[in-house]
Design a protein around this ligand. Structure first.
Ligand code: ZN
Length: 72
């Protein structure tokens, strides 16, 4: 799986994909480059998902699948 978390941004009320390794930082930066202070992030994936993040996660998944196919 792709290592992202879907979290709700208080800035635009959309659910963005954040890379999980950002945990513990003051700012979260979503795949679509939407950045938001952690205090404004709600740890829920309920809401309208950011279309740009959806497409970017789709790309990541496709790359991951590609790599799996090449390895086998
Ligand atoms: Zn986004």
């Amino acid at each position: 799986m792709v290592d992202v978390q879907w979290w709700l941004s208080g800035y635009d009320s959309q659910v963005h994909a954040f890379r999980t390794e950002q945990a513990g930082r003051d700012f979260g930066e979503a795949l679509c480059e939407h950045s938001v202070p952690t205090a404004k992030i709600t740890c829920t994936d309920e809401g309208r998902r950011c279309m740009a993040c959806l497409l970017l996660v789709g790309d990541l998944l496709a790359e991951r699948l590609d790599a799996t196919w090449r390895a086998s």
